[in-house]
Write a protein that binds this ligand. Structure first.
Ligand SMILES: Nc1ncnc2c1ncn2[C@@H]1O[C@H](COP(=O)(O)OP(=O)(O)OP(=O)(O)O)[C@@H](O)[C@H]1O
Ligand SMILES: [Mg+2]
Length: 304
């Protein structure tokens, strides 16, 4: 059984088609990422998956339960960290957790035990009595994750979990996500951070204009555009743009003495460049050949 299933989800706001036929399936224990640029439909999709927004068409299932028809069952299975959320500012970290636990109707002794464990897991135990408004942004984000986990959900939804965090806090959150997965939690997250998706996710769906344009493991996506090779050639002096007609069939860019070319047949290109260098009395100082990075893959897929 799949943990999360989206089946042909549609949602429009007026004449904006925010989500336009999105389907995917998330397996148990996976970290699944919905990756896309601003306005692609990530948050709208997540809101339909967690029952905050009713689809115009299509449906979502959490462990086989229809999100619209069985909201209570679904709420017990999921934890959510929304895109823009805040703990109660005047309550301590500890009291925020207790409050959420009570909202779920859990027995107080269970809540206290889970709250302690989560605060320790997230490295927040030392600040548990501090008011939420006095926590740092990263600490607040971790507290929100703890609040989403207090009910021991099977699947955790995170909308831009590292948005607005510094590099260090973002890494702490990513490590935490991996730790949670090891503990058996299935993770669904959205991000526009390509490297994050590449480093963290088992599978990624790339969304653009409300549609999934690609899906696969980060490596599979790389292979899809992996037919392309990136070549960077450094010469001993600046090149003249006007004399590079022979590169017309390829995608290339020139920065003074540095020429970058994207192509499918590197050997063929290098022969041409060496030939050109000879004729022009240029010396080649360095040739670098590399596979595309995840970011380059993403840019190609998003541009279509
Ligand atoms: N409540 C709403 N009313 C009107 N338009 C909306 C509403 N919610 C979203 N939209 C529009 O739907 C589209 C998708 O928005 P959504 O928030 O899902 O994008 P996103 O991928 O989460 O973007 P971001 O990376 O900026 O968070 C955008 O064009 C947005 O302006
Ligand atoms: Mg969003």
């Amino acid at each position: 059984m799949y943990v999360v299933e989206a089946v042909d989800l549609h949602k429009s706001f007026g004449d904006v088609k925010a989500v336009n036929g999105v389907s995917f399936k998330v397996r148990e224990g996976e970290i699944y990422g919905l990756l896309g640029p601003n306005g692609a439909g990530k948050t709208t999709t997540i809101r339909m998956l967690i029952g905050l927004l009713k689809p115009d068409k299509g449906y979502a299932l959490i462990m086989g339960h229809n999100v619209v028809e069985e909201p209570i069952k679904v709420k017990k299975l999921i934890g959510v960290v929304p895109e823009e959320a805040n703990p109660y500012p005047d309550l301590s970290a500890w009291d925020n957790l207790i409050l959420v636990g009570r909202l779920y109707g859990l027995p107080d002794s269970d809540i206290r035990e889970r709250a302690s464990n989560l605060l320790k897991l997230l490295d927040l135990y030392g600040v548990k009595d501090r008011k939420a408004k006095n926590l740092s942004k990263g600490q607040r984000q971790k507290l929100l994750i703890a609040m989403a986990l207090i009910s021991n959900p099977k699947v955790l939804f995170l909308d831009e979990p590292t948005g607005g965090l510094d590099v260090f806090s973002a890494r702490t959150i990513r490590e935490l996500i991996l730790k949670l997965r090891r503990g058996g939690v299935t993770i669904f997250l959205t991000t526009h951070n390509i490297e994050e998706a590449g480093a963290l996710c088992d599978r990624v769906a790339i969304i653009r204009g409300g549609r999934i344009v690609e899906e696969g493991s980060p490596d599979e996506l790389k292979i899809k555009v992996g037919a392309y090779t990136y070549i960077t050639i450094t010469f001993n002096k600046a090149l003249e743009e006007g004399r590079l007609d022979f590169l017309e069939p390829y995608e290339y860019s020139l920065q003074s003495s540095k020429l970058s070319i994207i192509c499918t047949k590197p050997a063929e290109v290098i022969v041409k460049v060496v030939d050109y260098a000879k004729k022009s009395g240029l010396e080649i100082l360095d040739i670098k050949i590399s596979p595309p990075t995840f970011e380059e893959v993403f840019m190609r897929l998003v541009k279509g």
